[in-house]
Design a protein around this ligand. Structure first.
Ligand code: SER
Length: 860
């Protein structure tokens, strides 16, 4: 049975039992920065299990895209080396949200396996949680399983938990014996031997594991089942290896076409490559990008691992990207994104492969050197760190290569080397350094340094401490309206004063969780208690416009360019906003216009912004954008602009989108590979910009004496006319040069019957010189022509008549010799050659002595 049919049968079966098909959630969770990848079908249903969200249907069926790259059952080093571990896999599942429970879940699983797919019940084994007497009794009661094939097992195997915390419950697993001889089965093999494959896990969700380790009862009981699709396909297609199924074979065959090796001879590299291609394609299709941190670094590791296994198959250049279309053919019907985003996926993989290939060769040589210097069985942490730091080898890749040579790596040593490097980096970061050196003088015991500037531009505050630092005055206040630089938004400026002091605030930084005002001005250590604070409100207003516009643009970028767009950096200041985003190609003019239109439309809608503090889970659930890898507290600040944009953000924002006034992108450029940078203006700055553009347009119209619509045509015509005129000048000059032929000929000198012309000319290009030379030599029956001309550098041309060439003379030899005399070189064909020189004087000398030189050449 083809895999597509297997998947469909599963879905159809549960639809016939009243389930509704729910599409897979993206493998890259868009709303959960704490989860690297979707790793189980139940991820998207978690809020339903916890009672935070009500389901639209009580029964669901789906096929979830999952990625597991680490964890106790999935070490990356096993993937591709054995035949059943994968980084990417599909999980088929059926769900009950407070509806049916154990009995139906068991009954239907057995019916599908034994009556629809006709799996041999004499090969099937079932395990139940040892404390779940109910399931233990249900199996033999409601199915025709042999009671001896129902086994009790402990918490490790039969109590399923999604993670440290979250929904969980007892589970019942169905295992399948794949051995040849069914008489050789033994209950001890279940969960212990590779001959018994776990095919389906039925989880009876009834508890929630709390952070303190305790289990609480959930308000309702649910069913969450998961069947590994690749294994199921393997069993139903009578294979003993997942890679032999039609889910992988077309990729492997395509790969075989690109190399001389065959899967049969050397299966492991093909398996690694096929597995990794799936993981990379699906994660990139859902918006992930290779990078140096978090999710991005997982992708980078996987690409590098595939590239290294590619070397085993003699792929010296990027190859993985060429396999992307083969995956589309296998899975595009159920996951169309893999076809829709094919070009994007291939481009990103290719780019990454190419950049790693540059260091891969050197790194492999370094590795060989390293192992020849290794004493004993352990590669030092320092050596592994060098491979990581200099050659970009992820630790797991070095580990894999070491394992293949039966060596291991000193992981502690590696981690220490990594820590030392981080320490060095921190030391060189100036700010950290001076933050530690501040000598504070305490004024009051008030501790809290509170920011109250969301709602107010001024306040009275009390000085908590001060310091003199770098000729500036540093102040910490009990409360402040000054926003400190963070989240890309620059700090407020303004004034802090009382009747003894008047300070201009130049910057505000967060140092050790306190807002530190960096000021200059009149300062006195007397009467230090109370001060009045007032921010530059106009400046703040401008900054607010740019911050809210940044949020609107972020959303517009995703709409226009795609969900893969991630914020890679941002600067919000009063004069402009700057936004760095992950995107692999230039953003076209049309795309820029679309982005501008969407943002301006939102501005015109004049939506009221909402700012709320809420639990992080709720924010995620509501789909708020967050920065991946950023640490957020339990409660977060969420800024919402209607239905359009929602982001976790601590910055200051306008009250209504209309306050932004107007938005204009003024620059789009490449910042680094895969990262674009946009600069945009808002409000009066945007207007100023438009006015400037308009005035330059008006000036152009005046200069060209035309209206706006005619402008482009005029400029095109001017450029065309200019080119034509240049060509005309060139032609005229050649004609002029050629008209002088007779005067050149009249100055011929003779060496016996050989005429010799050696002269400086007005030619300014080598073509002009050659035209003149050819015209002259054609007029001479036997002879040589030496012509000099000046471009930026000296040019010399030598032509000989063919009869001299036939006698064995060569213009090339002469050019080489004369070029040498001018301090450069020369060469060409025997009848025409050229030489260069250093300066005009050298050229003139050679031309003046041309006759004497040739006399020597022909007679000597
Ligand atoms: N949540 C369970 C698992 O991941 C069953 O779907 O195995």
């Amino acid at each position: 049975m083809k895999s597509n049919k297997i998947r469909q049968t599963f879905i159809d079966f549960f639809e016939s039992k009243g389930h509704v098909f729910v599409p897979s959630s993206p493998v890259v969770p868009q709303d959960d920065p704490t989860l690297l990848f979707a790793n189980a079908g139940m991820n998207q249903f978690k809020p339903i299990f916890l009672g935070e969200q009500s389901p639209s249907n009580l029964r669901a069926v789906n096929s979830q895209k999952c990625i597991r790259v680490s964890g106790k059952h999935n070490d990356l080093e096993e993937v591709g080396v054995d035949t059943f571990h994968h980084t990417f896999f599909e999980m088929l599942g059926n769900w009950s949200f407070g509806d049916y429970y154990k009995e139906d879940a068991i009954k239907w699983a057995w019916e599908l396996f034994t009556e629809v797919w006709n799996l041999d019940k004499n090969r099937l084994w079932v395990t139940v949680f040892e404390e779940d007497e109910e399931s233990y009794l249900l199996w033999p009661k409601i199915t025709n399983i042999d009671p001896n094939r129902v086994l009790k097992s402990g918490r490790k195997d039969n109590f399923w938990e999604m993670g440290e915390t979250g929904p969980c419950g007892p589970c019942s697993e169905i295992h399948y014996f794949i051995g040849d001889d069914i008489s050789k089965q033994n209950q001890d093999g279940v969960n212990n031997s590779d001959q018994y494959w776990e095919l389906w896990n039925l989880v009876f969700i009834q508890n929630n594991r709390l952070a303190n380790g305790q289990l609480e009862e959930l308000p309702s009981k649910h069913v969450d089942t998961g069947a590994g699709f690749e294994r199921l396909a393997s069993v139903l297609q009578g294979k003993l290896n997942n890679y032999s199924t039609d889910l992988f074979q077309p990729i492997i065959k395509e790969c075989e076409l690109l190399t001389d090796s065959t899967y049969k001879e050397n299966p492991v590299p093909f398996q690694v490559i096929a597995d990794h291609l799936r993981m990379l394609s699906f994660s990139i299709a859902d918006g992930a990008m290779p990078g140096n941190e978090g999710r991005g670094y997982v992708l980078r590791r996987i690409i590098r691992r595939a590239a290294r296994f590619g070397r085993v198959l003699n792929f010296e250049n990027a190859f993985l990207f060429k396999l992307v279309p083969s995956l589309g053919k296998i899975m595009g019907n159920i996951f169309p994104e893999i076809i829709e985003r094919q070009a994007h996926i291939a481009k990103i993989i290719k780019f990454e492969e190419e950049s790693f290939n540059e260091t891969l060769t050197k790194g492999l040589i370094q590795f060989e050197k390293m192992i020849s210097n290794t004493n004993g069985m352990i590669i030092s942490g320092k050596a592994a760190f060098k491979l990581y730091d200099t050659y970009g080898f992820p630790l797991d890749l070095t580990q894999q290569m070491a394992n293949e040579k039966k060596l291991s790596i000193d992981i502690n040593g590696f981690e220490k080397a990594m820590k030392d490097q981080k320490k060095r980096a921190r030391k060189s970061a100036k700010f950290d350094n001076y933050a530690q050196k501040i000598d504070w003088i305490n004024v009051s015991n008030l501790k809290n340094s509170e920011f109250i500037g969301y709602d107010t531009a001024k306040c009275e505050a009390t000085i908590v401490r001060y310091a003199f630092q770098d000729e500036k005055i540093y102040l910490v206040l009990d409360k402040t309206p000054f926003y400190a630089e963070s989240g890309g938004q620059v700090s407020d400026l303004g004034v802090i004063s009382n009747d003894r002091l008047k300070l201009n605030v130049l910057d505000v930084k967060i140092i050790n969780d306190e807002f530190v005002h960096i000021c200059e001005g009149e300062f006195s250590t007397e009467k230090l208690q109370k001060v009045d604070c007032e921010i530059d409100y106009k400046r703040r207003q401008r900054t607010k416009k740019n911050h809210t516009a940044t949020h609107l643009m972020h959303k517009a970028l995703k709409i226009v360019l795609g969900e893969h767009v991630q914020q890679a950096g941002s600067l919000v200041e009063p004069n402009y906003l700057r936004f760095d985003l992950t995107h692999f190609e230039k953003i076209s003019d049309t795309e820029i216009e679309k982005i501008e239109s969407i943002v301006n439309e939102e501005i015109l809608t004049n939506t009221q912004l909402d700012v709320s503090i809420m639990p992080i889970d709720q924010a995620k659930h509501e789909g708020a954008y967050a920065m991946f890898g950023e640490k957020y507290g339990e409660r977060v600040r969420v800024v919402t602009a209607g239905d359009f944009s929602k982001e976790l953000c601590g910055g200051t924002h306008v009250d209504r989108t209309g306050d932004i006034g107007f938005f204009k992108i003024v620059e789009e450029s490449s910042l680094a590979s895969g990262v674009r940078r946009i600069v945009a203006f808002t409000g009066d700055k945007a207007l100023e910009r438009i006015q400037k553009m308009s005035s330059s347009l008006n000036n152009s119209k005046r200069l060209l004496n035309c209206n706006e619509d005619e402008l482009e045509g005029r400029i095109e015509k001017l450029l065309k006319d200019k080119k034509e005129l240049e060509n005309q000048v060139k032609r005229n000059k050649s004609v002029g040069l050629l008209q002088d032929l007779d005067s050149y000929l009249s100055e011929s000198k003779f060496i016996d019957d050989i005429s010799v012309i050696s002269k400086m000319t007005q030619a300014e290009s080598i073509e002009e010189l050659k035209d003149l030379g050819s015209a002259l030599i054609n007029k001479i029956s036997i002879g040589a022509v030496v012509l000099g001309g000046m471009n930026e550098k000296p040019m010399l041309l030598i032509c000989l008549t063919n009869n001299l060439v036939e006698d064995g003379y060569s213009a090339a030899v002469i050019a080489k010799d004369l070029g040498k005399q001018m301090g450069a070189g020369g060469g060409g064909r025997p009848n025409m050659a050229t030489a260069g020189g250093k300066d005009e004087n050298g050229l003139r000398l050679v031309v003046e002595n041309g006759y004497d030189y040739l006399k020597n050449y022909f007679k000597g």
